[in-house]
Design a protein around this ligand. Structure first.
Ligand code: NAI
Length: 331
């Protein structure tokens, strides 16, 4: 099948080409993201393959439909960037990669937590300058601390399991609690208790209208003073302005994020030679107790291999008229 691959990076090409040996689809790579300006590039391609910051809203889907696209294959888990209702009404099928490696994201969340707590980012910069002073590098033992996992799905559970291994008291919140989370030695708690008792809050729920800005001025004001906040899920779970105010007042002890609400304009490209117009991100990056990574939590060999294999398998299922194992729809 002809597949237009948008937002294609060198690692996408390498791993998709390798996975395609088992399928022999015709892959055409575009560096640009999918949006209303670029949708015409997909004309003549039955399938479009997109990533987290490509836009498949109703006008884009209509443009894709006009060009003959019948399948949108997300090479990621989250699908908040696709208008599923519009896709359904246009008869465009949508597939995603449900389960590739929850370990990749959970382990990155742990890396961010360890780095922000033990100030690894500051130590790295200092020792490169032969500055071996320890002033300002004090952290705390994770053992015995309370860690709140918001969203106890696949990634949240792996993160919770690792935190149990560190000797933490792991509590969680989920709209749909699962016994598997409790089997880790963790327990569910109400948001009020999480606010009062959590030393660390890690976000692992999807972005939905319900979870938009779930961390805002109100929730931050009820958090334990000095708590650390980790977000590897989606940027808009956090009201960044409110977080900046909480960092400034000391109410929040540190922030480590792999995702950012306005990341679509910034992430996955080298902007080191340009002036960034995003004042909020500029401000965030000036804080010594903030770490930002550019949506790299998924980026392990194991995860990307599975993502590419699953994506192309979904296209093959569609092409051969088989049931779509990884289909998502509005209904
Ligand atoms: P999952 O579907 O297994 O788990 C999500 C959990 O959130 C579920 O248990 C669900 O019940 C819960 N949830 C839904 N609505 C909620 C609400 N209103 N409040 C509390 N919990 C709620 O998904 P998985 O695989 O664990 O992924 C979680 C998120 O991680 C994805 O939605 C995606 O946004 C993000 N992600 C980030 C990546 C990165 O590279 N930074 C890569 C992959 C996923």
């Amino acid at each position: 099948m002809d597949i237009a691959v948008f937002s294609a990076k060198p690692y996408d090409r390498e791993y998709l080409n390798a996975a395609n040996a088992a399928h022999r689809h015709r892959l055409q790579y575009f560096d640009v993201p999918l949006d209303i300006e670029t949708a015409a590039l997909a004309a003549g391609h039955g399938a479009v393959c997109i990533f987290v910051n490509d836009l498949a809203d109703s006008p884009v889907l209509q443009a894709l439909k006009q060009g003959g696209t019948k399948l949108v294959a997300l090479r990621c888990t989250g699908f908040n960037n696709v208008d599923l209702k519009a896709a359904d009404s246009l008869g465009i099928k949508v597939v995603r990669v449900v389960d590739y490696s929850p370990n990749s994201v959970a382990e990155h969340a742990v890396a961010l937590l360890m780095a922000i707590n033990r100030k690894i980012h500051r130590a790295y910069n200092r020792t490169r300058d032969f500055n071996f002073s320890l002033d300002g590098l004090m952290g705390f033992d994770l053992c015995g601390k309370t860690v709140a996992v918001i969203g106890t799905g696949k990634i949240g559970r792996v993160f919770g399991k690792i935190m149990v291994g560190f000797g933490c008291n792991v509590i969680g919140y989920d709209k749909f609690p699962s016994p598997e989370f409790e089997a880790l030695g963790a327990r569910y708690a109400l948001p009020g208790e999480i606010g009062v008792s959590a030393d660390i809050i890690s976000l692992h729920c999807p972005l939905t209208p319900e979870t938009y800005h779930v961390i805002d001025a109100d929730t931050l004001s009820r958090a334990k003073p000095g708590a650390l906040l980790i977000n590897t899920s989606r940027g808009a779970l956090i009201d960044t302005e409110a977080v900046i105010a909480a960092l400034r007042s000391g109410q929040l002890g540190g922030l480590a994020i792999d995702v950012y609400e306005q990341e679509a304009e910034l992430f996955f490209r080298d902007l080191s030679g340009t002036i960034i117009a995003d004042d909020i991100l500029q401000r965030l990056i000036t804080f010594p107790n903030v770490i930002v990574t550019g949506h790299q939590a998924f980026l392990t060999r194991e995860a990307v291999t599975t993502i590419c294999a699953t994506t192309l398998q979904s296209v093959t299922e569609f092409e051969t008229g088989k049931p779509l194992s990884n289909q998502i729809s509005a209904s």
